[in-house]
Structure formats: structure tokens, C-alpha cells
Write a protein that binds this ligand. Sequence first.
Ligand code: SF4
Length: 320
Amino acid sequence: MLIELKNFNVYYKSNSGSVHAVRDVNLDLLENTSYGVVGESGSGKTTLFMALLRLLSKDTTINGEVIYEGSDLMKLSEDEFRKYRWKDFSVVFQEAMNFLSPVHKIGKQLVSIYTANGPSKNKKEVKEEILKAFHKVNLVDTVYNMYPHELSGGMMQRVAIASSILLNPKLLVMDEATTALDIITEGQILDEIKELEESIKMTRVMITHDVSVVSSSAERVIVMYGGLILEEGRVDEVFVKPKHPYTKLLLESYPRMNDKEKYLKSIKGSLPDLKEAYKSCVFYNRCPYRMPYCKDHEPKLISHGDRKVACFLEEGVKDE
Ligand code: SF4
């Protein structure tokens, strides 16, 4: 096990009250495993992992436990947590341009990251480490002396990935990291990431709205809705035989090459109001299989072998 999240909650402040964006999540992230996290906008997928990495604004309230190497990271101060960034946990965002300064050469920026967070090495050794990271994502050495504006979107994203793996982190979170790229570049980068996982042992979490990215590049999938995990399991099992009604509908709302349907199905209704506390199933209002029992009870995420599902149907509850 790499990281264990226990009763993890995130609350945002809003003008109209507190938003309970992540609700009592329990999650075991395994070592050296690739995850895809899917769900509609507002499902809590980015919030969950940005809270774990302490990258949310200071007025966000986070509670629960994050167990890593036997310690609860939630007990650490900001300064104490900072030493885990880059070395243990790293992140790649959608817009690599925002992370790089436009006025400094790429090499200089990566040298700063390495020297501030990595082991002590001389200038030549640090450059060698950076070029090694470049090669892992198919970047040529000349990028070292280039400015960000001289790179294409795909090259920029490769620089972001190279910097994130520079110190061999144990957890890499990619937040919609390939979404802005054209489909060919996206495919190439996903292939490169899978290849580099053979040389770097790490757990990768890919947050995306695109289930095809998950099916082609992750071993396990986490399905989120209304701040909760509704289903978690192996991609080849969940995508072939989804157990939660939301997962089924989410998968049906994406196009497939061999689809005979002329039109895509949509999930009717809208996400729950996260300012409210609810005692029903979070998906009750939109669920085509709902039962009277689901209105007054909230299903827990329960293990069924290697799969976890939060639905009363899986618990054998029957319609009255
Ligand atoms: Fe639908 Fe009930 Fe299952 Fe919720 S618990 S997903 S309402 S069947």
C-alpha cells in the first residue's frame, strides 16, 4: 500500500455556505499502480487529490487521515509537508505554460527544481539528470536551452512530465494533463508515460473526464460522484461489467467505435447540491434503478472481491 486515505473530507467556503466537496472518502492507493479517476465536473475528483497534495487554497478545510510510510501526513505543518513535494508526490496540470516562467530557459527552471528539492549534486550531474528525464519523454537535449514559448503544446507537456519525474516520485498525479492536446500527441504521451512506468516505479493517478484515456492507460479506475467514490476496481472489469448505475450511465454517455446507437445517451438531471447534507443515496434523483429504501439510507462503499461499490443493489436490497 502506498497511501491510505481515511475518512477524508474537504469543505470549501462559498458565499451561500460551506460546500462539502469530498465526503468521508476511504481509499487505498496501491504501490506501482496506475489509476484513472472519472466523474462529471464537480464530482470531487480534482479536489480529492489536490487536497491530498495540499494544493488547495488556505481557506479550505480538510480533515481525515492520510497514512504514508506509517505516518499521518495530515499532522504535518506546511513546511514539514513541503519536503515530500517533487520527491515523493508530484503533479502535472493541464496547462504546463502556467507552471513555467516565460522569461527563463527550460534547463534553468528545472535546475532550480532539482537543487531545491533533490540530493546534492554538482552542476554537470544535475544537467545529466535533467537530460535523462527529457529522454524518458522523448525530448531532445536542445530543449534544455530553449524558452517555453519556443515549444509546441505537446513538448511543453513533456517538459512538465519530465520535471515531475525528475526526483522519481512515488505518486504522480496528472490532472487533465493531456486534455488540451490533439488526439495524436495525447496518444503518444500516454504511450510514453506507460513506457516510463517500466523504468520508474510509481503510482500514477490520472484525473480526467475522458473514459477512453483511462481505458487505454490505467489499471484501475475510481468513479466519483457528489464528492464520493461510487465504484473502484480494475479497468478491464469495471468497464466491461460496471456494477454501479452511475458507472453504467457514465460509460454509455461516451462514444464507442462499434456503437450502433445513432445518438449518445446523456445522464438526465444534475449533480447534487453539495451544500446540503443528505441521508439518501447521493445518486437517488438520477438513478433509473432507485428503490424506496435508497431514499432514506446512504449506501457505503463495500468490497466485493477486488471491486468496491456503493449501491444497495450490490448489497442485495430488493424493491418493495
Ligand atoms: Fe440507485 Fe439505490 Fe443504487 Fe443509489 S443505492 S445507485 S439509488 S439503486
